[in-house]
Design a protein around this ligand. Sequence first.
Ligand SMILES: NC(=O)c1ccc[n+]([C@@H]2O[C@H](COP(=O)([O-])OP(=O)(O)OC[C@H]3O[C@@H](n4cnc5c(N)ncnc54)[C@H](OP(=O)(O)O)[C@@H]3O)[C@@H](O)[C@H]2O)c1
Length: 310
Amino acid sequence: MRGFITDPGGRAGLRLADDLPEPSPGPHEAVVEVRAYAVNHDELNLIARRPDGWRPGQDVAGVVVRAAADGGGPVAGTRVAGYLDWEGWSERISVPAHCLAALDDRVSFEEAATLPIAGLTALRALRVGGAVLGRKVLVTGATGGVGQFAVQLAVAAGAHVTAQVSDPEREAEAHALGAHQVVTSLEDDTLGPFHLVLDGIGGPLTAQAVRRIAPGGHLAWYGNIGGAAELRLADFYAQGWNAHIVGFISPVPEETKGEDLAILTALVADGRLTPRIGLALPWEKTPDALDALARREIRGKAVLTVGDGR
Ligand SMILES: NC(=O)c1ccc[n+]([C@@H]2O[C@H](COP(=O)([O-])OP(=O)(O)OC[C@H]3O[C@@H](n4cnc5c(N)ncnc54)[C@H](OP(=O)(O)O)[C@@H]3O)[C@@H](O)[C@H]2O)c1
C-alpha cells in the first residue's frame, strides 16, 4: 500500500512509500479508503520533528471499506470525513468510529478534507466564553486555514465579527467571508471591546488583542505562528478586567470529534459554511503543497486528492 512517510532526504522531508502494511483496525475502528486530505501548518513542524519513517496525516475524507467490528459508526460504503492523529496521507487507514462523520452527497471529498483540524479548531474555540449572538468577536489571521472558518462560523452564530488580516490585499477576502469589519492592525483604541478573541497568530498581536477584550471576556489562544507573545498585567487593565486566556487545543474532547465534524459537514451541505480551497493538487504533489504552506502562499486550505478524488 502507498502512503507518505517522513524521510529527511526527500522533498519537504517526505517520501511516498509503496510498501506500507494494510491497516489492521481495532474493534472500534473502521477502514477508510482515502480520497482527499488536507495539510495543516503544524504538520510542517511534526514532519521536521519526526524524520524517521513516521506517517503524517490528520485530515482525511474518503469511503468506509470496512465498518468497525463492534458495529459502531458508519457502515461500509459511507462517504466520511475523519480527524486522525497520524497516518492519513495513505491509500487506506483505520479510524476510530467516533472520529468520523458521514458526508451529505452535497459535500465533496475535497471540501470535507478541509474541515477536521481547521474546522474543529474554529468551531470549538468559538464556544469558549459562551454564546456570541449580538456580541463582538475578533478573529486574527482571518484568511488562514482556521481563520476562514472562524469568521464564517462566528457570523453564522450571530456575532459582530472583526477580522484581522496581515495585509490590505486580504481585506476583500475577509469581507467575502462575511466579516463586518476588517483591519490590518489592532492598535486602534476604538476596536472592540470584544467578548471573544480567536487568536492563532501570537507575537505582538496577542497583547494588542488582550487590550481590546471586554471585561470578563475570553481569548482562545490556539496558535503562535507569528512568534512568542509577551503580556503584561497592564494589558488586561486597558479594559479587560478579569478577562481569561484559554490555552486552546482542538482535539479535546476526543470523544465528540465525529459529532462536531458532523455539525461542520451539515453546515457545508446547507451552504452556510464554504471551505476556501487555495490549492488543490494530486496527492503525489504533497511536498509542493507543504512548500507553498511554508511560504505563506495558500489562502484557506491546501487539499490533495488521492486517485480521481471521487
Ligand atoms: N491549538 C490547536 O489545536 C491548533 C489547531 C489548528 C492550528 N493551530 C495553529 O494555529 C496557527 C494557524 O493555523 P492555520 O492552520 O490557520 O495556519 P495557516 O493556514 O497557515 O494560516 C496562518 C494565518 O496566519 C497568518 N500568518 C502566518 N505567518 C504569520 C506571521 N509570521 N505573522 C503574522 N501572521 C502570520 C497568515 O497570514 P498570511 O495570509 O498573510 O500568510 C494566515 O492568516 C498555526 O500556528 C497552527 O499550528 C493550532
